[in-house]
Design a protein around this ligand. Structure first.
Ligand code: ZN
Length: 291
């Protein structure tokens, strides 16, 4: 129970390498945070559940999960991770597991939609009507909030899998996406960078061609997003984006690739996360608060 007399909110940011857990009085007020490594589902979920039980009764839980996930409330598979290649996790019933043990209502979305919601509400987009959140790391994913609502469509956006135009100095690399080869994730994710150049982007010298090539692909995502949705704020987060000057290169190239042409260009902004590492977790708390 919180000091305000209302039950605490719980949140899980379920990632492929770690689960981040939190309880808070409100989405903007996290009072305890805990990280556990992602192992097999049985061990990981049991450890997460034990942590929540150690914090007394929570009133609702929000989960922002790596995908793909089933977000269709009318589906018998709602709340599950679906056909992930991550060993053991395909068809994992995340919501069912915690609903049974904690007995509370549960909000569920992708990790990137949760992060987009948080950045829209409290972070880089708090004075805008629309925001996209892109993470560039082990994979590339994106969430989109238009007029205050996360966009789901038939399932959820998979922005990391758009098909960019190849950079002229990057014709031969086949790409690492198991589904599409040289989609955006196949060309510009952390593993794609390692596969091409044997190092992470931040380990390569500042004048290495990799910086321009990766920025070119990410800029194409930004231009595509603006062209299709007219979104105002595009937040780029994730490990690869910690590379010095990468965001500025993406911004510059997006402008050269055509973003400067679009109407409303003064409102289109490419920025870093306003909430730092807490976007996904804060978004998961928002999912819990919305129940
Ligand atoms: Zn792909």
């Amino acid at each position: 129970m919180s000091s305000t007399g209302k039950p605490l909110l719980g949140a899980i940011e379920a990632g492929g390498t770690k689960f981040v857990l939190a309880v808070g009085h409100s989405p903007a007020h996290i009072i305890a945070r805990h990280e556990i490594p992602t192992r097999d589902p049985a061990a990981t979920l049991a450890e997460a559940n034990a942590w929540f039980e150690g914090h007394g009764a929570i009133g609702a839980l929000g989960i922002g999960s790596f995908g793909p996930v089933d977000l269709d409330r009318s589906s018998p598979e709602w709340g599950r991770i679906t056909n992930t290649p991550k060993p053991g996790w395909a068809n994992c019933d995340l919501v069912g597991y915690f609903a049974e043990r904690l007995g509370v209502p549960i909000g569920f979305d992708t990790d990137v939609n949760a992060a987009a919601l948080a950045e829209y509400t409290y972070g880089a987009g708090k004075s805008a009507a629309s925001l996209a959140y892109i993470t560039v790391g082990t994979g590339i994913g994106g969430g989109l909030v238009l007029d205050g609502k996360g966009v789901h469509g038939a399932a959820h956006p998979e922005m990391g899998h758009i098909l960019p135009r190849r950079h002229p100095d990057d014709r031969d690399f086949k790409g690492v996406c198991p589904h599409h080869g040289d989609c955006l994730e196949g060309l510009a994710s952390g593993p794609a960078i390692k596969a091409r150049w044997g190092a992470s982007l931040s380990e390569l010298p500042a004048d290495h061609e990799a910086h321009e090539i990766i920025a070119c692909y990410l800029a194409q995502l930004a231009v595509s997003l603006i062209a299709v949705t007219s979104v105002e704020i595009i937040v780029f987060g994730g490990g690869v984006m910690k590379t010095p000057a990468l965001l500025e290169r993406v911004e510059q190239l997006a402008s050269e690739l055509g973003a400067a042409y679009f109407p409303g260009k003064a409102k289109h902004k490419i920025v870093s996360p306003g909430l730092g590492q807490n976007a996904g977790l804060t978004g998961s708390l928002l999912l819990a608060a919305d129940l």
